[in-house]
Design a protein around this ligand. Structure first.
Ligand code: PMV
Length: 314
């Protein structure tokens, strides 16, 4: 049997903008998807035991099958002749916005590599998972599969010419508590990404200006993280949320959770990932503040994940 894992992630700065070549910052979280692959007769079967938002597994089924076919093609395996069982589990919930699709693709690619003795490097796993992401996101930036493969806190810039992306490891003084709040709404990342591209085409001037602001924000955030100026990081997260509202990827549930987190003392809060539902992230340094914000969100009936960014071992 082959085993693999892929990290969940939270985009701290630049979701959507990164698709178009703007720089972004992403952190792996200490929840991962695990996969087991075992050669077995009867074609490809999938047993998905990840804990998820209601409907997540069903809604993503067709995209999941396409993603596996894409990975096999990228590995040079004929999908019609392939016959194995896949089991998916692990601690990463199937909330939209945490890179669950990328984490599962990385986990499956690693498990296939082990079961079939392919000995694939992380770099190849990342490339293969990128192919899989196309099934979920249409035109993905590559930030999700990169975080799922390598973990850690990363600076990411897509190479729009198709060459290697810029991936830099960032380090911060110590890990910082965050709260991730899930709207419970299963979002379609592909539709959200396409929507931004279309509005950008229709309003080039407005969007160019917003994209420039997003790039400046990413650089300011990198400095604030490196200086461990958490107040500043929080303010920049708030600014990032404003930009995401302007490109129309937020929704009333996300705005509600963002406002709630800030009202409870979060240093900053924004939607994270594709938006249109999915998750928000709040910067809540210290266990006490983290607990306060998490409880307030739970009290409103939403699920939360208490985790940290910048954890070294990830
Ligand atoms: O919603 P998620 O976890 O799939 O994150 C998508 C991030 C986007 O920036 C919206 C798309 C991308 O490929 O970068």
């Amino acid at each position: 049997m082959g085993r693999g894992y892929g990290f969940g992630k939270v985009i701290l700065f630049g979701e959507h903008f990164v698709v178009h070549g703007v720089s972004g910052i992403v952190s792996a979280i200490d929840s991962a998807t695990e996969a087991e692959v075992k050669k077995a007769p009867g074609g490809i079967t999938i047993k998905d035991e990840r804990r998820g938002s209601k409907g997540y597994t069903e809604e993503k089924k067709a995209q999941q099958i396409e993603s596996i076919e894409r990975m096999l093609k990228s590995m040079g395996i004929e999908s019609k002749a392939a016959s194995f069982s896949i089991w998916l589990g692990g601690s990463l919930p199937g909330f939209s916005g945490l890179g669950a699709s990328a984490a599962s693709s990385v986990a499956i690619a690693r498990a296939i590599s082990e079961e079939f003795g392919l000995g694939l490097s992380d770099e190849r796993i990342n490339e293969i998972a990128y192919e899989a992401e196309k099934a979920y996101a249409g035109n993905p930036s590559g930030i999700d599969n990169t975080a799922a493969t390598y973990g850690g806190l990363l600076w990411f810039k897509r190479n729009m010419a198709g060459g290697p992306n810029i991936i830099e490891r960032l380090s911060i003084e110590k890990p910082v508590e965050i709260v991730i709040g899930s709207t419970g709404i299963v979002a379609n990342t592909k539709a959200m990404v396409e929507g931004v591209a279309e509005r950008k085409r229709k309003n080039p001037q407005k969007y160019d200006a917003l994209f420039k602001q997003a790039e400046a924000l990413a650089f300011a955030a990198k400095k604030a993280l490196q200086d461990f100026d958490l107040k500043k990081v929080g303010e920049l997260m708030n600014e990032n949320h404003l930009l995401l509202q302007k490109i129309e990827v937020s929704c009333k549930e996300l705005d509600f959770l963002v406002d709630l987190a800030r009202a409870q003392g979060a240093f900053g809060a924004k939607l994270t990932g594709g938006g249109g539902g999915g998750c928000m992230v709040a910067l809540t340094p210290g266990r006490e503040l983290q607990e306060k914000v998490a409880r307030a969100i739970e009290k409103e009936g939403f699920e939360v994940l208490r985790t940290k960014i910048g954890v070294k071992r990830l």
